[in-house]
Design a protein around this ligand. Structure first.
Ligand SMILES: Cc1ncc(COP(=O)(O)O)c(C=O)c1O
Length: 423
């Protein structure tokens, strides 16, 4: 079967410039941290397949739970009906979230989880008869590709063709040593106008914006300020959730807790599309009324899909066994050792780590950006080495599944060191 020819003939891939990018690699099998192509090559999936995979590909236990659920029931409408897998999942996620979070709303992906959060926040004030329209987000944020999520994201080449259609967002830079005082002051000034409905953020690490990292203490402070003026705080934990930053959720590292959590990606262990928008009873109660207008009119055909909920529950079973905690600790330690080895290399800048994520900017003639041409050369180099790394422009990062072995991770580090020697 000529998969490549047919792929090119029929498929429009995401985030792909089909005119210039090389043909796609056809993957037919996965096992642990490896994916295998149809030509018999194997690759270490060092980016967890777009940051989704946590326990490894084709995990036997998750496979078994998926098959059991498929034999029982594949899907059922989620309005007027519910099912045990969704109920179990909601209860278990709420146990892992802070006490102020009481309710779970289901959707299908990270973008829609954020759309739901935005609609919850805006309608919460609408239902209470308060006029709050302003939304605060960070520069360089990435909250997804649907229009609301794009609006809340930073303005970039991802949004440029649509900028005239974006609604107004007040963007602030992420906190740094240089801007901290001014940022807190400006942020508070805006919140104090009492027109800000929500403050949305990717806690501790801005993923697609270039793995930019900032301190938990600063985020804590911003959440504290927002809450002082009843601005709802939305933690987009789509990428950072499920242990990526060491703690189970990144905002486990802040004392002030968000009012809404958006979860996806690692939620199903990387198996299936599913997302959750989790909120407080205070928000939920503002939608309870005899007046139908106060309903949250939002839902998708596959909302609460039982197969996706079953794999999410299976993934949580594995998290409950604690073994992944040790695996994460090992990755964190290995990353630290690697950092120490390369930190003085002249070809890298801004070497940074947050839990299981390590990132660095490769020095090049062109500025640090998503379109930096060094990206394609690095991407191809690592593929030839049998490693899937997907640099964001000249920002190179490793975000591995927790099942990655010491040797596999060492292979990734060695390939990076060889690349650095080359440049
Ligand atoms: C922080 C964050 N939010 C939202 C999204 C969008 O998620 P999805 O691609 O599932 O729509 C992403 C995707 O990378 C993300 O990293």
């Amino acid at each position: 079967m000529d998969w490549l020819k047919k792929d090119k003939a029929y498929i429009w891939h995401p985030f792909t410039q089909h005119q210039t990018e090389p043909p796609h690699i056809i993957i037919e099998k996965g096992e642990g941290a490896y994916i295998f192509d149809t030509d018999g090559n194997k690759y270490i999936d060092a980016v967890s397949s777009w940051w989704t995979n946590v326990h490894g590909h084709a995990h036997p236990y998750i496979n078994q739970k998926l098959a059991e659920q498929a034999a029982q029931m594949e899907h059922v409408i989620f309005a007027g009906f519910s099912h045990p897998q969704a109920i179990r999942l909601a209860e278990r996620i709420l146990k892992r979230l802070p006490d102020n979070i009481d309710k779970v709303f289901f959707s299908d992906n990270g973008s829609t989880a954020n759309e739901v959060a935005l609609k919850m926040a805006i309608q919460y004030f609408f239902n209470k008869g308060e006029k709050r329209k302003t939304i605060i987000a960070f520069d360089d944020a990435y909250h997804g590709d649907t229009f609301g999520a794009m609006s809340m994201s930073g303005r970039s080449i991802f949004t440029a063709p649509f900028d005239d259609y974006m609604f107004d967002i007040q963007h602030f830079p992420i906190p740094t040593d240089e801007n901290r005082e001014q940022l807190f002051e400006d942020f508070e000034k805006l919140c104090a106008t009492n027109v800000v409905a929500a403050f949305i953020f990717e806690p501790l690490v801005q993923g697609a914006g270039g793995m930019k990292m900032y301190a938990a203490e600063d985020l804590d402070q911003l959440i504290g300020i927002a809450k002082k003026y009843q601005t709802l705080c939305i933690a987009d934990e789509v990428m950072t959730g499920f242990g990526r930053t060491n703690t189970f959720f990144a905002t486990d590292q802040t004392k002030n807790k968000p009012d809404i959590y958006c979860l996806s990606k690692g939620l199903t262990g990387g198996y299936m599309p599913l997302s959750l928008t989790c909120c407080s009873d205070e928000i939920y109660n503002a939608f309870l009324s005899n007046d139908k207008l106060k309903t949250l009119f939002h839902g998708h055909s596959y909302t609460g899909n039982p197969l996706a909920c079953a794999v999410a529950n299976a993934s949580l079973d594995i998290f409950d066994q604690q073994e992944t905690t040790y695996k994460r600790k090992n990755i964190i330690q290995q990353h630290q050792d690697f950092s120490n080895q390369i930190k003085d290399h002249p070809s890298i800048q801004n070497l940074r780590q947050q839990g299981t994520i390590i990132a660095m900017d490769i020095v090049s003639d062109t500025a640090t950006s998503y379109t930096n041409p060094i990206r394609d050369r690095m991407y191809q180099y690592f593929l030839k080495e049998g490693i899937l790394l997907r640099p964001l422009g000249n920002t190179l990062y490793i975000l591995p599944p927790y099942c990655i072995t010491k040797d596999q991770l060492n292979k990734v580090y060695s390939a990076i060191k060889s690349w650095l020697k080359k440049v």
